[in-house]
Ligand binder design. Structure first.
Ligand code: G3P
Length: 219
């Protein structure tokens, strides 16, 4: 399983990348707007900035809702950097646009996936990634991780090569469950990445080793 960062915040990406375990970034219009970027030009500059830090896939989402404008925007986004992946929603228009763009060799992340049916369509459209939104399903009382498990089973049995990118991850337990469920990638808010490394017994152990060592050295 690989770890991506789910943020458009450059400082977070820079700090997260220092661990050496982050191999991609996902963004969406909400995350980009949170950083004060207001148009496609600013979105492009943000993605180019991210590409200077992370050389793995960087997902950037189209804002258009109709197929012709999705295609136009998707083709423009695909020119932003070498490693950009065009994020398209799991709507009929998004699936249709994905089918066309993937035939042209453009990488697609089919996002806002909430059912195995949508995931099957994304795989058949040739998407490189499909993003089930785990936390948002949990929010409405559905089993977000159950969707990841079912997708992994179907993809394995059908030999689909589209990678399952678990998104809308809210806490470290989600990360473990996504790994167990068979997600190929998990995209994390920076906070969850920092939470993954924390354990009180590790901190206590380091303090005790240091203390014992210093005592011995003093004797
Ligand atoms: O990349 C999109 C996704 O991860 C959104 O997460 O927490 O807004 O449901 P959230």
């Amino acid at each position: 399983m690989r770890i991506f960062l789910d943020t458009a915040n450059i400082d977070e990406i820079r700090q997260g990348a220092q661990l050496g375990v982050v191999s991609g970034v996902t963004t969406n219009p909400s995350l980009v707007a949170k950083e004060g970027k207001a148009d496609l030009g600013e979105y492009r500059e943000a993605v180019r900035e991210i590409a200077k830090i992370v050389d793995g896939p960087i997902s950037a989402e189209v804002l258009a809702l109709e197929v012709p404008s999705m295609l136009e925007e998707g083709r423009e986004i695909a020119r932003w950097t070498d490693n950009v992946v065009v994020k398209l929603p799991s709507t009929a228009a998004g699936i249709e646009a994905a089918s066309t763009l993937t035939k042209d060799g453009i990488k697609v992340n089919q996002t806002l996936c909430f059912s195995v049916n949508q995931a099957i369509l994304a795989a058949l459209a040739g998407a490189t990634f499909v993003s089930p939104f785990v936390g948002r399903l949990d929010d409405i009382g559905e089993d977000g991780m159950g969707l990841v498990r079912d997708m992994a089973e179907v993809f394995r049995k059908q030999g689909f090569t589209t990678e399952i990118l678990a998104a809308s991850i809210r806490h470290p337990v989600h990360v473990v469950e996504a790994a167990k469920a068979g997600a190929h990638v998990v995209t994390l808010p920076y906070k969850v990445l920092t939470q993954m490394v924390q354990h009180p017994l590790t901190d206590l152990g380091v303090a005790r080793f240091t203390e014992d060592w210093n005592r011995l050295v003093r004797v």
